[in-house]
Design a protein around this ligand. Structure first.
Ligand SMILES: CC(C)(COP(=O)(O)OP(=O)(O)OC[C@H]1O[C@@H](n2cnc3c(N)ncnc32)[C@H](O)[C@@H]1OP(=O)(O)O)[C@@H](O)C(=O)NCCC(=O)NCCS
Length: 192
């Protein structure tokens, strides 16, 4: 455990800014409240992610000021804004990290004004490859609802392999859903 880590936390991701493939992954800040609120209020985001509804400015502020820093401090993960040309176009995170098994999971949404440019796939490749090559992870997963085709395409474009379907494994506002499991492991980087 390094001296910079809180007591009881054995591992944490580096608080890094990642850049590549036309995207920048950087920490959320107080200036992101309006864009996070708008992105999370969006109908498609609410369809596929079980976020609070209504998604208010206070919910966004709590996510940015408390939940995201808490995820990092506890070692559970890391939250980054997906930034293009200085504007927040989405949010991506690593979550449910198991430092003993060296596994973690990517989640994301892209705001309506950022969609259609492959941002989720590009951001996922950047974050997953960093986690595997520089942060000691052995396996990164992405779970997509079976009907969420754009998310499944994003996972494939990020170099993930479709591994199977976990039945009744997820929830959305409409109810329980089967989740397609996509995985990327460290040896995949050798052939990328
Ligand atoms: C999933 C999401 C992040 C993808 O956003 P994006 O990166 O802008 O995705 P794009 O629109 O560029 O589409 C990505 C791919 O899906 C394809 N696609 C888009 N809509 C599709 C559809 N309805 N059916 C099939 N394929 C579709 C695109 O053609 C593209 O394919 P390609 O990589 O082969 O070119 C975005 O739709 C979103 O925020 N959805 C709501 C939240 C969400 O679902 N989060 C993920 C939970 S697992």
């Amino acid at each position: 455990m390094s001296a910079a880590q809180p007591a009881g936390v054995e591992h944490q991701f580096a608080d890094a800014v990642l850049e590549g493939a036309g995207v920048r992954l950087s920490p959320l800040g107080p200036g992101d409240v309006d864009d996070v609120t708008a992105g999370c209020r969006d109908e498609l985001t609410q369809r596929w992610l079980p976020l609070p509804s209504p998604y208010t400015h206070d919910v966004a502020r709590a996510f940015i000021e408390d939940i995201a820093p808490g995820m990092h401090a506890s070692g559970a993960g890391i939250v980054r804004r997906i930034e293009v040309g200085g504007r927040l176009c989405g949010v991506i995170d690593l979550k449910k990290t198991d430092w003993r098994a060296r596994t973690t999971e990517i989640g994301y949404w892209v705001a309506p004004w950022g969609r259609g440019r492959g941002l989720a796939g590009r951001a996922s490749k950047l974050l997953a490859d960093w986690a595997l090559s520089e942060q000691g992870m052995a396996r990164v997963v992405i779970h997509c609802a079976v009907g969420n085709m754009s998310s499944q395409r994003a996972a494939v474009s990020a170099g993930f392999t479709r591994e199977g379907v976990a039945r009744s494994a997820g929830i959305v506002h409409a109810g329980r859903v089967d989740l397609v499991v996509f995985g990327k492991v460290s040896s995949d980087l050798d052939v990328a």
